[in-house]
Every structure is written in structure tokens, then in C-alpha cells.
Design a protein around this ligand. Structure first.
Ligand code: PLP
Length: 396
């Protein structure tokens, strides 16, 4: 038996595991430290009442002979949820058929699993810095990865140039970690590039619910032509606090045809072979997110995180530290104070202020010298963390 040799080429550990281990080691040796975590992008607000009610109802149903649900009739998801997702897109003027919507157990699985559909010889283009799972999933599959630079000069929103050579392109907007969000023209440039080259865009919309300016696109399908060149991957993790409940959706439009094959049919075939669907009770909970009541409750939590982002940004403004994000995104991406590199600042902030952030270098080489803070904490901890951050930054 020979192993997949590509695993030798991935970094030893996933960024957030490394951060977690460092924090655990520090906590073990400093049991009295009151550590505040603004590092990993996990939410802190509980599930909203509409979701909890839906869960309770679905759990009760499962305990009755009439309401019991076994294997899901379609791995693609129950029609009630696919219709609810289609309704969500319709609010942005995007028409989707329920057959184009695939319910998932979250964006991370599909972002990696979708690679089953593509030849290993494709060249993949990934922005740097970005959510690290894209790179790792492609390296595991032995694909050539090229990077496109996201820097302060392009507002962390790289655009394609004609001689860029790629078959698969990842785009994450609003972006993790930089918080930058493409406008319509920026996404249209990528759609145009993909259509000209016969490339496919993998558009990660995990943070779409944070976009507060109605003029900014929340789905790639707001751009003309995108149905012929883009798959969209989305999640209820950040929209509705489903990080532990696990539900998302992937859109594979019928127009996507490559090599004479329909990607929609291929993905359905792949899912029906390797996936047995999302639990009934979770799909009912997800359906509740898209009711008017559920949506407005979820937006209350998002507003809560937005206020945290304002607190973080306010401190950085006072300190005169350069940052982006925090407006259409729960992430604030800042330049490390004192010219420190990002892991050095991580260690210092942990040791001197007992505050955890994420070192920018973990998101790619262009992340060196930058640092990510999340607005997903609790209000008082966020305030206190930023007070401690300011006290430390003033000494650097
Ligand atoms: N995509 C991006 C850009 C993310 O930041 C995350 C999680 O932090 C995910 C996908 C994963 O989302 P999920 O919880 O749905 O797997």
C-alpha cells in the first residue's frame, strides 16, 4: 500500500490547530491568566429562538411513527429547505431552481469535496492571504497552486490580468481574513476572465450576511454570466450561528458544462455516492433561518458582532494602526504594531495581554506583518481585550 504522497507537501498542521495548541500550552502553564479569544472565527451568540423552536418541533416529530425521518430521500436536501434557500436568493433578484441547490453540512466540506469533479492536472488560483482550507485541500489532491497577491495596494482585492493562467479560481468575498469585499465591477472582472478562459470560479460567500451596503454583491450570481462559470459555496455558520449545528448550501447552476458534462449532474452523482445528507432536524432548523422572524433574529446577532467590530476599529483608530475590514465582515485585519512579524505579535499579545488573535502569516505570505481579530466575541470581553491590546500597543 502506498500513501497519498501529497500529504508530505502540506503544512504540519492547520493554522487554527497551531493557534489552539499554543494557547492551550500557555493556559496550562498560566492557570490564573484570563485569556480572551479573538482568534478563531467561531461565533459566541446562541442559536436564535426561531431556530430553537424549529429544532424542538423537529425533534418531537422524530419521536412519532408519522413524523420519523430516516435516510433522506435526496442527498441534495429536503425540498422545503432548497425552496427556502431559493427564496433567499430571490430577494437579491437571483432566480435559482431548487435542483441547483445542494444542502451541505457546511462550506468547509464542500470547498474540499468539490475538487472530486476536476482533473488533478488543473491549475488552481488562490488569493494570498486567504482562508487556509483552500490551499490545503488542493495540495492534498496534488494540484498545482498559483497565488494572486492581495495587498494594501489593491485593497486586498486582486483582479485578474489576461496572462494569468488558471483553470479553477477561488474567490472569497467578504474575505477571510482581510474583511475586504468585491464590488460588482470587481466580480464582473473575474467572471469575464473565467468566461474567456473557460475557467471555473469557486465563490465562497460564507460571510454574505455581513454585507451591509445594498449596492455590494452578496452572491456571484448578481453578476451577469456567472451562472456559466461559477459555483457558489455558502454556510449558515456565520449567518445564523450554525458553527456547531452544521448546515450550508452549494449552488451548481445547470449552465455549468465542461468537457460535455454537466457539473450539476456530476455533483449530484458525487454526493449521492459519498454523502448521506444533513439531518432532518438540522434542515428544519436551517429552514427557520429563512423565515422573516428567523432572519431578523439572526440579523440582531450580526448587529451585535458589528458593534464589536466598531469597538475594535475604534481602538485601532485611536492608536493610528492601519487596518481593513470590520464593516462588511466580522474580521479586522491590522498591521502588527511596532513592525513586529505576525507570529511574534501573536506571542507577545498572548503573553503580555492574554489576548488571542490569528497571525496573518498563517493565511499566506502576504499576511506576514498583519494580524486578524474577530468580532465574534462577547461584548465585555471584546472591550476588555481591546483595552489590553491598546495598553500593549502603546509600549511598542
Ligand atoms: N469559508 C470561509 C471563508 C470561512 O472563513 C469558513 C469558516 O471560518 C468556512 C468557509 C467554513 O464554514 P463552515 O463552518 O460552513 O464549514
Amino acid at each position: 500500500m502506498r500513501i497519498n504522497e501529497n500529504y508530505r507537501n502540506i503544512q504540519d498542521s492547520y493554522l487554527f490547530s497551531t493557534v489552539g495548541k499554543k494557547v492551550a500550552a500557555y493556559a496550562a502553564s498560566h492557570p490564573d491568566a484570563r485569556i480572551i479569544r479573538l482568534g478563531i472565527g467561531d461565533v459566541t451568540r446562541p442559536l436564535c429562538p426561531a431556530v430553537i423552536d424549529a429544532l424542538h418541533r423537529a425533534v418531537s416529530e422524530m419521536g412519532t411513527p408519522e413524523g420519523f425521518h430516516g435516510y433522506i430521500p435526496s442527498e441534495q436536501g429536503y425540498p422545503f429547505l432548497r425552496e427556502a434557500v431559493a427564496g433567499h436568493y430571490a430577494e437579491r433578484g437571483v432566480t435559482l431552481s431548487p435542483e441547483e441547490i445542494f444542502i451541505s453540512d457546511g462550506a468547509k466540506s464542500d470547498l474540499g469535496n468539490l475538487l472530486d469533479l476536476f482533473d488533478a492536472d488543473n491549475t488552481v488560483l488562490i488569493p494570498d492571504p486567504v482562508y487556509p482550507a483552500y490551499v490545503d485541500a488542493n495540495v492534498m489532491a496534488g494540484r498545482r497552486v498559483r497565488y494572486v497577491d492581495a495587498t494594501p495596494d489593491n485593497g486586498f482585492l486582486p483582479l485578474p490580468d489576461a496572462d494569468l493562467d488558471a483553470d479553477l479560481v477561488y474567490i472569497c468575498s467578504p474575505n477571510n481574513p482581510t474583511g475586504a469585499v468585491y464590488d460588482h465591477a470587481g466580480l464582473a472582472a473575474w467572471v469575464d476572465y473565467a468566461l474567456r478562459r473557460g475557467a471555473l470560479l469557486l465563490f465562497d460567500a460564507a460571510y454574505e450576511a455581513f454585507v451591509s451596503d445594498p449596492a455590494l454583491p452578496r452572491t456571484i450570481y448578481e453578476v451577469e454570466g456567472a451562472r456559466s462559470c461559477a459555483i457558489e459555496i455558502c454556510s449558515l455558520s456565520k449567518t445564523a450561528g450554525f458553527t456547531g449545528t452544521r448546515c450550508g448550501y452549494t449552488i451548481v447552476p445547470r449552465e455549468l458544462k465542461f468537457g460535455g458534462m454537466s457539473l450539476n449532474a456530476m455533483w449530484l452523482r458525487r454526493q449521492s455516492t459519498k454523502f448521506n445528507g444533513v439531518p432532518y432536524i438540522v434542515q428544519r432548523a436551517a429552514e427557520a433561518v429563512f423565515t422573516p422572524e428567523g432572519w431578523s433574529q439572526c440579523m440582531e446577532s450580526i448587529d451585535y458582532y458589528r458593534e464589536n467590530a466598531r469597538i475594535i476599529a475604534g481602538t485601532l483608530d485611536e492608536l493610528g494602526i492601519f487596518y481593513t475590514g470590520g464593516i462588511h465582515s466580522p474580521y479586522i485585519w491590522l498591521r502588527c504594531p511596532g513592525g513586529l512579524d505576525s507570529w511574534a505579535f501573536f506571542d507577545l499579545l498572548l503573553e503580555k495581554a492574554n489576548v488571542v488573535g490569528t497571525p496573518g502569516a498563517g493565511f499566506g505570505v502576504n499576511g506576514e506583518g498583519f494580524f486578524r481579530l474577530t468580532a465574534f466575541g462577547q461584548r465585555e470581553s471584546t472591550r476588555e481585550a481591546m483595552q489590553r491590546f491598546a495598553d500593549l500597543a502603546r509600549t511598542l
